[in-house]
Design a protein around this ligand. Structure first.
Ligand code: NAD
Ligand code: MG
Length: 405
């Protein structure tokens, strides 16, 4: 809906935004974008799992109608840290609370920035309600791709990619016919260990894995970038977002992270989207598209940029990428098993209970042991997730940190 302002120009009504995962890396950067365009957004909902101190500050600044937090204990903590003179806000709790928040009345766009499988249900509910979802939470598509596709088919919901590679492809596809697309080319930074000798991977520390060369992100996705599972998850994400078979989704390592991804077309032309690695750009585009809003994000400096390199990924050194291709091919609950085993293994790696090489081993084990079921329902996916997660969480601790990594 448009209104005509006093100076005669037409201003859009502010978009009513529900931000799921508000306290995380994507969540806080989304709020930075909102700060740049205060008249274009009305923040109605903010959610987090645990960090109620940060959430309370966000509530004071953005005055949402509703928040959702992970547990009753966190809800009490939120009430305690919220100053007495803070605006009135409804507090919802747990998975059901998150789903209610995702379908809050009047919301035009949901930003899905929860990390992991926990993001699936609220995104499905928002799409079922016919809402537009800007999706950062790739695990939702990895686990529930077919369910999401079905909901999109049957209803009025809409999915807009936020992940930088998928945003790049979305931008390259604008104005093109589906039939003329030959290949999607996802670029990957290669993470911090692209050039590190494989023999030293058993010594990789959490601190080293969290030191990403180009992007500043949450701990889970940063670890996924180090194992290159992130690119595996993104191949699956691309398959569901763009409905392209996996043999037409290529991965190229591009250490500078300037080309965010590419599409090659039937006539031999290739379109790429480039920019400084800054998630605020794809976040903003997901919220403004098809328009582009002038913004002061950092520009590419052509005097600084001397070269762009591209290399095929090394699947022996980074087996997680191959495991993701295998799970996608197996179909059914296999990607849910892959994802859950990865989430659990990354959690244990970050807690220093598992070595870096334990991550692909744990996933391989889960994929080998948990039976794969075809055409899963949401309940089947939840069960497969729990089984794979349980299996990895119960793997014995290594005898010492220097062996059995
Ligand atoms: P993060 O860990 O920084 O933040 C996660 C957010 O989700 C937090 O607000 C947290 O409170 C909430 N959350 C975590 N577990 C939850 C649960 N079980 N239930 C409800 N809420 C929960 O993560 P992030 O880096 O912002 O990533 C968010 C998603 O976006 C991930 O799926 C990630 O793969 C994707 N993504 C992130 C980036 C990036 O630059 N950070 C880039 C592309 C895609
Ligand atoms: Mg990405």
């Amino acid at each position: 809906m448009e209104t005509v302002s006093q100076n005669g120009t037409s201003d859009p009504e502010p978009r009513q935004l529900a931000l799921l995962g508000a306290t995380g890396s994507i969540g806080t950067q989304t709020l930075e974008v909102v700060r740049l365009f205060p008249d274009r957004f009305d923040v109605r909902v903010l959610t987090c799992r645990q960090n109620v101190e940060r959430l309370a500050k966000q509530v004071q600044e953005f005055r949402p109608a509703c928040v959702a937090v992970g547990s009753a204990e966190r809800a009490e903590a939120f009430e305690r840290v919220l100053p007495a003179d803070a605006p009135d806000v409804r507090v919802l709790v747990g998975t059901e609370g998150l789903c209610e928040a995702a379908t809050w009345p009047g919301v035009d766009v949901v930003m899905g920035a929860v990390v992991g499988f926990a993001g699936l249900r609220p995104v499905l509910r928002a799409l079922e309600a016919g809402t537009q979802v800007a999706l950062a939470n790739k695990e939702t598509l990895v686990v529930g791709g077919p369910l999401v596709a079905q909901v999109l088919d049957e209803g009025n919901g809409e999915l807009i990619p936020v992940d930088s590679e998928h945003s790049a492809i979305f931008q390259c596809l604008a104005g093109e016919s589906e039939r003329s697309v030959e290949d999607l080319v996802l670029t990957a930074s290669g993470g911090p260990f692209w050039n590190r000798p494989a023999e030293t991977f058993s010594d990789i520390t959490v601190e080293e894995a969290l030191d990403h060369p180009n992007w500043s992100m949450g701990a889970k996705i940063t670890t996924d970038s180090a194992t290159m599972m992130n690119k595996g998850l993104e191949v699956i994400e691309a398959k569901w977002l763009f409905d392209v078979p996996v043999d037409r989704i290529q991965v190229l390592v591009h250490p500078q992270s300037i080309v965010h991804s590419m599409v090659s077309f039937a006539d031999g032309a290739v379109k790429a989207q480039l920019g400084v690695p800054d998630m605020k750009v794809p976040i903003q585009y997901a919220l403004s598209q098809p328009a582009r809003w002038p913004a002061p994000h950092e520009r590419l400096d052509w005097d600084e940029l001397s070269r762009l390199d591209f290399e095929r990924p090394n699947l022996d050194k980074f087996p997680c990428l191959q495991l993701a291709y295998d799970a996608l091919e197996a179909g059914g609950t296999a990607p849910a098993i892959l994802n859950a085993a990865n989430e659990a293994a990354v959690g244990r790696f970050l807690d220093e209970q598992m070595g870096f090489l334990g991550i692909p081993r744990a996933i391989e084990r889960a994929l080998g042991q948990v039976p794969v079921q075809a055409d899963p329902t949401l309940d089947d996916l939840v069960a497969a997730d729990a089984e794979a997660r349980g299996l990895v969480e119960e793997l014995p601790l290594p005898a010492s940190n220097s062996t059995e990594r």
